[in-house]
Design a protein around this ligand. Structure first.
Ligand code: SF4
Length: 357
């Protein structure tokens, strides 16, 4: 494929057009202020599946709280999850902290600049590895994500399905062939920036595109048909009941989620499987599961949360308990005041339930 797509392609002119445009139009983003590898790494992890505008305030706060690898490595995991609260995909935060701990213990606190060592760190896949190596260390390594694949599919009129793993590999080969050896950092960022600002998924702004002259899809008028991407299976709906259990003092019971799996180690209000229908059944279930002695009252609201693979549909109920803190034996549970709750990391779905306390 490489020789076919590059046959008539003017690499030098493409680099010049792209880099010139990037130099004049790049956004002033906080992680672009220097090439500190730790900052580049944190920003790249935060930017996975997340919009730039959402990431910016999180990035500032995270850097203030954990300015160096040492600060992040020595932090309590709950603190890190709290700083990540609301960003989603929490395994990113846990993996980042584990990998940073490895950087401190194995590499003297220096982010490795060797592809192999960097790629072996937790949570660093081929894209993030390429992004760190190119952006922070100025190495001519490809950093190919969905954005870049969209742009390149259009420029080179490639119809391979970008949701298939090996397609990314062929795009990496193309980037290796066309990347600027003088400024790989700007080159990769320019491709990403082009995808974010001009060559957008819907209605790309070809008229303003600095590389329009190099673009085969534009020439053929098929830019909106690319990239080819197989449709994802629809998310399965999962019904739950969640209970806001209060005592006479207005304190609330919260639960720590398991150490592994979805939203690991985050906190929530106890959740009951949706097939349990009546309040009485819910009370029995909570008694069996947690040893709780409660009275479930009325439904107060509902919350819907869409994950990449499932949708939670949660009916929220109020409940009362007359048990004291000492009587609540289950290790997963805590009885906390409204003020104390704010210290615990909650997923967005359960943050939305705070209004019902
Ligand atoms: S010309 Fe249009 S389709 Fe081609 S790279 Fe530019 S914005 Fe994308």
């Amino acid at each position: 494929m490489l020789s076919r797509v590059l046959r008539k392609f003017n690499i030098f002119q493409f680099q010049t057009d792209l880099l010139e445009w990037y130099g004049q139009n790049k956004r002033d983003l906080p992680w672009r202020q220097d090439q500190n590898p730790y900052k580049v790494w944190v920003s790249e992890i935060m930017l996975q599946q997340t919009q730039v505008d959402t990431v910016i305030p999180y990035f500032y706060r995270f850097m203030e709280q954990f300015p160096t690898v040492y600060d992040l490595a020595s932090a309590d995991e709950q603190e890190v999850l709290k700083a990540w609260e609301g960003l989603g995909y929490y395994s990113r935060a846990r993996n980042l902290q584990n990998a940073v701990r490895e950087v401190v213990s194995e590499y003297n606190g220096k982010v490795p600049d060797q592809p192999k060592q960097l790629g072996e760190l937790k949570g660093i896949g081929p894209y993030t590895r390429g992004a760190i190596l190119s952006i922070a260390f100025n190495q001519p390594e490809p950093a190919v994500d969905g954005n870049v694949m969209r742009v390149l599919s259009r420029i080179f009129n490639i119809h391979d399905d970008i949701s298939v793993g090996r397609t990314r590999k062929s795009f990496e080969e193309i980037v290796r062939a066309i990347i600027s050896e003088e400024d790989p950092s700007s080159f990769n960022q320019a491709l990403m920036e082009l995808g974010a600002l001009i060559c957008t998924p819907k209605s790309p702004m070809c008229m303003f595109c600095p590389v329009m002259e190099h673009c085969e899809a534009y020439e053929e008028g098929i830019q909106e048909q690319l990239p080819v991407k197989a449709k994802k299976a629809k998310q399965k709906k999962k019904p739950y009941k969640s209970v806001i259990i209060k005592n006479e003092k207005g304190e609330v019971i919260i639960e720590k989620r398991p150490e592994t799996g979805l939203l690991a180690n985050l906190w929530q209000f106890p959740m009951i499987p949706g097939q349990i229908k009546t309040n009485e059944e819910a009370e029995q279930w909570l008694n069996k599961e947690y040893g709780l002695d409660i009275t479930v009252d009325k439904k107060v609201g509902d919350v819907r949360h869409v994950f990449s693979h499932i949708i939670w549909e949660i009916d929220v109920y109020e409940a009362m308990t007359y048990q004291s803190v000492k009587e609540i034996k289950d290790q997963r549970l805590r009885m906390v005041s409204r003020e104390e709750i704010d210290k615990f990391p909650f997923p967005v779905s359960h943050q939305k339930m705070m209004q019902y306390i």
